[in-house]
Design a protein around this ligand. Structure first.
Ligand code: ACO
Length: 414
């Protein structure tokens, strides 16, 4: 094989990049609108191409994202469209593109990279690990939704998707501020990822419907985005996103979804593991968790910047010994010092400096990613043999400092 060159894919070669992508994902040529949408998405991304001479044999694109982390947000490369030509598999093309991605993250000041996997076996070796998880929840809609709390009785309104970002953007931003793992949205992101005409995975579903709750003219107290269709024995309401300022508002929106005529089931993909619905539903046979799945996979490309870029729940002083095969410059010992100072209740800032002191904990960058947003407690990773605790109690102290009031959660698949 001729040596490969990893370089940016110019706009003039985007059609080739799309051809490679459809070839690799075994997709038929999509309709013109979908191809146009994919092209538009690629135009907004940083694109790494693996070239053999002039031939494009690999593609990796990265959205310039801003990801919510506990108490703030950080620049993050949102990796997508990863495709290697079937003729060039298992020769290190992906590895070369990821190495180039990490170089670019360093240049762009992105301490984080994130992605959704096609197969769980691929990305761990590159330092990624699931950092948020989700439930798929199903509601039996052949009977009214039984609730243990009183729903908010303010009016519901169906709004045109094109108007939705202006109406529900602030509610989304408020929900996002409370949880790590969420992507900041601009109009482009709303249009191309949340409110797009066709569902990304299922052509049989209707265009997206958006329903808000609240008095006309006031900012909505909650909203839901959903599509319908696709059931074998009756239509299903597929919930993409539901956000509410209070449990009563959430209860009203779930009650609405379960009451839509001709639908026998509500299927909500990607709910947070601490969704209040699971508590206020009166009948746990009617509201059922049918699946738990890893959602966003995270990579700490710059460990000290990532650790110092979030707020922490409790003061702590620990030396972490981090291993990182793919990015040796990231490996080493870091003293994480979280003092009592804080930002108005949002948590305590950390200072992170290289250290020669004996480590309290030794862990790989993957395990750091798993616990970084507050999803997995590090003691669970000690019990799994993945983290070594040198100082008794260090894992518990780290875990208490890292935990968050609400679990991290990612709604945006990219
Ligand atoms: C974020 C996203 O876009 S997810 C979408 C990922 N893309 C796809 O699934 C499309 C179809 N698949 C492909 O295009 C390619 O097979 C890829 C991108 C998955 C892998 O590309 P390759 O160039 O073959 O990977 P590369 O040769 O660099 O392999 C690196 C390592 O990953 C391993 N690996 C590669 N693919 C897989 C896989 N599907 N499952 C498990 N391990 C894998 C290789 O064995 C190798 O292991 P090693 O480091 O222990 O030697």
């Amino acid at each position: 094989m001729t040596a490969l060159d990893y370089r940016s894919i110019p706009d003039t070669e985007l059609e080739r990049a799309l051809d490679l992508h459809y070839l690799v994902f075994l997709d038929k040529e999509p309709d013109g609108d979908t191809r146009k949408l994919h092209r538009e998405i690629l135009e907004h991304c940083d694109r790494i191409g693996a070239y053999e001479g002039d031939d494009l044999v690999g593609l990796l694109a990265a959205h310039p994202l801003s990801l919510s982390v506990p108490g703030g947000e950080l620049p993050c490369a949102g990796v997508t469209f990863v495709s290697v030509a079937p003729t060039h598999r298992r020769r290190g093309v992906l590895s070369g593109m990821i190495a180039e991605l990490y170089r670019r993250c360093a240049g762009a000041g992105q301490p984080l990279a994130a992605l959704w996997v096609s197969e769980a076996g691929i990305y761990g070796r590159f330092g990624f690990e699931p950092a948020t998880r989700s439930y798929t929840v199903e509601i039996d809609a052949e009977q009214p939704l039984r609730l243990r709390i009183d729903p908010d009785e303010r009016p519901l309104r169906l709004v045109p998707p094109a108007d939705a970002p202006a109406l529900i953007g602030a509610r989304h931003a408020a929900a996002r501020a409370g949880r790590g793992g969420r992507v900041a949205r601009d109009d482009f992101w709303w249009r191309t990822h949340i409110l797009r005409e066709e569902d990304d995975g299922d052509d049989d579903l209707t265009p997206v419907r958006v329903v808000t709750l609240g008095e006309r003219g006031a900012e909505p107290a909650g909203y839901v985005c959903y599509r319908t269709g696709g059931g074998e024995d009756g239509s299903v309401v597929h919930v993409g996103e539901l956000e509410a300022e209070s449990p009563a508002v959430a209860a009203a929106l779930w009650r609405y979804l379960a009451s839509i005529d001709l639908a026998r089931k509500v299927r909500a993909w990607g709910r947070p593991l601490d969704d209040p619905l699971l508590r206020f539903a009166a009948d746990r046979d009617q509201v059922e968790i049918v699946q738990e799945f890893p959602a966003l996979w995270l990579r700490l490309v710059d460990v000290p910047a990532a650790l110092a870029g979030r707020l922490w729940s409790e003061p702590v002083d620990l030396v972490l010994e981090v291993t990182d095969d793919r990015l040796p410059a990231n490996a080493g010992r870091y003293r994480l010092t979280v003092g009592p100072g804080g930002h108005g209740g949002g948590g305590h800032p950390a200072e992170v400096v290289p250290s020669d002191d004996a480590p309290d904990l030794t862990l790989d960058v993957r395990e750091l990613a798993a616990g970084y947003l507050g999803d997995i407690g590090v003691r669970e990773l000690v019990r799994a043999g993945l983290v070594t605790e040198h100082t008794p109690g260090a894992a518990e102290r780290f875990e208490r400092a890292a935990r968050t009031e609400l679990l991290p959660h990612t709604t945006d698949e990219f």
